[in-house]
Design a protein around this ligand. Structure first.
Ligand SMILES: [Zn+2]
Length: 173
C-alpha cells in the first residue's frame, strides 16, 4: 500500500469551487468557443460535461471553435493516478488469456463511452498466469472484476483501502 500513499496528480480535484463568483474550471472553453476537446482521447467538454461524440469531434477538431486540453481522465492516466487495481491470475486465466483480455478491453470501452472518467491506465503482465490492470476509478476495477466473474466464474475478492479512495480487486481461476 505504501506505493500509493505518495501518489500525486496534477488534476484540479477539490479546487472546483473558488470563493470568487466564477468557478475555477481549467477545462472551460475560451470566450466564443463551442467546446474543449481532449487531444489524447478525443473526449469533448461542453456545458460542463465530458462525453464522446466522434462526429462532433471531427467537426470541431483543429478549428478555432475549440480549446485543446487534456481531459481529467487522461491526466490521471499520464500521472498513473489509480484508484483501482484488478489482478487476474490462475491457470484458467493463462489458458484463456486472450479472450479475457478482449472482454476486459470491450467492457472498459463500453463503460468509458458512458462515463469518460472511467479508464484503464495500464495492463501489466506478471509472468504468464497473472495480469495487473490499473484503473482511474474504483468503480471501473470493480466493474471489470465482476464482468470477468460473470463470464468465467472463478473467485472474486474485493479489498477496500481504509484510508484512501482505493480498491484492490482479485479474480482468480
Ligand atoms: Zn482524454
Amino acid at each position: 500500500m505504501d506505493k500509493y500513499k505518495e501518489r500525486k496528480w496534477s488534476g484540479e480535484k477539490g479546487k472546483k469551487f473558488g470563493k470568487v463568483g466564477r468557478v475555477d474550471d481549467p477545462y472551460l472553453p475560451s470566450e466564443g468557443q463551442e467546446a474543449s476537446v481532449c487531444t489524447s482521447c478525443q473526449a469533448i467538454y461542453q456545458n460542463k460535461r465530458w462525453f464522446f461524440d466522434e462526429k462532433l469531434y471531427r467537426k470541431l477538431a483543429g478549428t478555432n471553435r475549440v480549446r485543446e486540453v487534456l481531459c481529467p481522465a487522461c491526466r490521471k492516466i499520464r500521472d498513473r493516478y489509480c484508484e483501482g487495481v484488478l489482478t487476474l491470475s490462475g491457470e484458467f486465466f493463462e489458458q484463456h488469456r486472450d479472450e479475457i483480455l478482449t472482454l476486459i478491453k470491450n467492457e472498459a470501452a463500453r463503460v468509458a463511452g458512458r462515463n469518460v472518467g472511467d479508464r484503464i491506465i495500464s495492463m501489466t503482465p506478471e509472468g504468464e498466469d497473472k495480469l495487473v490492470v490499473e484503473t482511474t476509478t474504483e468503480k471501473l476495477a470493480q466493474h471489470l472484476g465482476r464482468a470477468v466473474y460473470r463470464a468465467y466464474k472463478g473467485d472474486l475478492d474485493f479489498r477496500w483501502s481504509e484510508v484512501n479512495k482505493f480498491v484492490r480487486v482479485y479474480w482468480t481461476r
